[in-house]
Design a protein around this ligand. Sequence first.
Ligand code: GLV
Ligand code: MN
Ligand code: MN
Length: 413
Amino acid sequence: MDISIDTAAVMADLDAIAACSSSPPPGVTRILYSAADMGARAYLRARCAEAGLDLREDGLGNLFARWPGSAPDLPAVASGSHIDAIPDSGRYDGTVGVVGALEAIRALKRAGFAPRRSIELLLFTAEEPTRFGIGCLGSRALCGALTPARLRDLRDAAGRSLEELRAEAGFHAPLEDVQLPAGLYHAFVELHIEQGPLLETEGLPIGVVRAIAAPASLRVSLRGVGGHAGAVLMPGRRDALLAAAEIALAVERAALSTGSPDTVATTGVLRIEPSAVNSIPSAATLEIDVRDIADEPRDAALHAIREAAVEICERRIIAYTLDMLNADPPATCAPAVIEAAVRACAELGLHYQMMVSRAYHDSLFMARICPTTMIFIPCRGGVSHRPDELSSPEQIAAGVAVLARSLAALSLA
Ligand code: GLV
Ligand code: MN
Ligand code: MN
């Protein structure tokens, strides 16, 4: 079958979505349920409808765009990713997997392919943890790992609830209906930029993912005593920021102490109150991201961070709460789906390597409900979560070609 990828169409889709941003180019910021997010969703809905797909959205805004196969009752083959983007990041993370899946479907249609199993594009709500502190919100809920009760408890940094925000965005369907029924999908394949340097270094166009690392995140809330920066003398101060600063250093020490070179830990959020130059910080919130490709060293680092935080807060007489937002096990990809991707590479004459994903993805959760793998393409310098993130049109087209062939083969299986 001759499947030709319309690279210009993919790049036009990427451009249109990158224009939906609340920060100036080249940076992209697309926070869940913001005007930028809603604009990008509207664009994609229109493209999916134009491609003749049947659309469904759930109460969180997860979007399902289906191309019915000749055996519509068989479990479908799915592909997709996210379009939300962390503050001042790039235009490829996630979005390549969404517009790539859309183009894979359009290309298969143009080639006259007749799917047996339906092929479905998934747009996951909020893979990034920016708004609610927890990554993979949509896919977590789809696979039942986030219950309606926990979803109802979620508040953003401004204190606004998920319930309120999703209603404002027009998503009213019951949260009870978000979890997918068992056996809905035969396979899931996510196309994504690598977000690391290995493919570029090796000069390879494709990575096929065999496992996804174990992420965790921890929120530490500190309350000290504020006061006048000039009038309160140093002895006896209970400065919440200084406790936070010590904790951030303990996070670095913890990551370096597990004995595993794969342990990484980052204090990516530090908010202080009242945040005025002449006022002693009375409160601080840290959000800490801890990962390893195995969960034991990751958990050892988490334990060390907790112990350090307790010691620091007791010594500085700071009230604290530690909330483990998530601590997910790693995912193993499915041999049959990996095989489909590997065969697609062979048919296209593209060299590939098997890889572990150090970043997390919606695939981490899709792997819990169906056989899953990911297709990686190189990105310049391995750079991601930055405005200068870049994959070339040719690199993207190669990934879409592998995805299209993989979906076709899995649809006939
Ligand atoms: C996903 O964006 C991640 O942080 O791995
Ligand atoms: Mn990301
Ligand atoms: Mn991503």
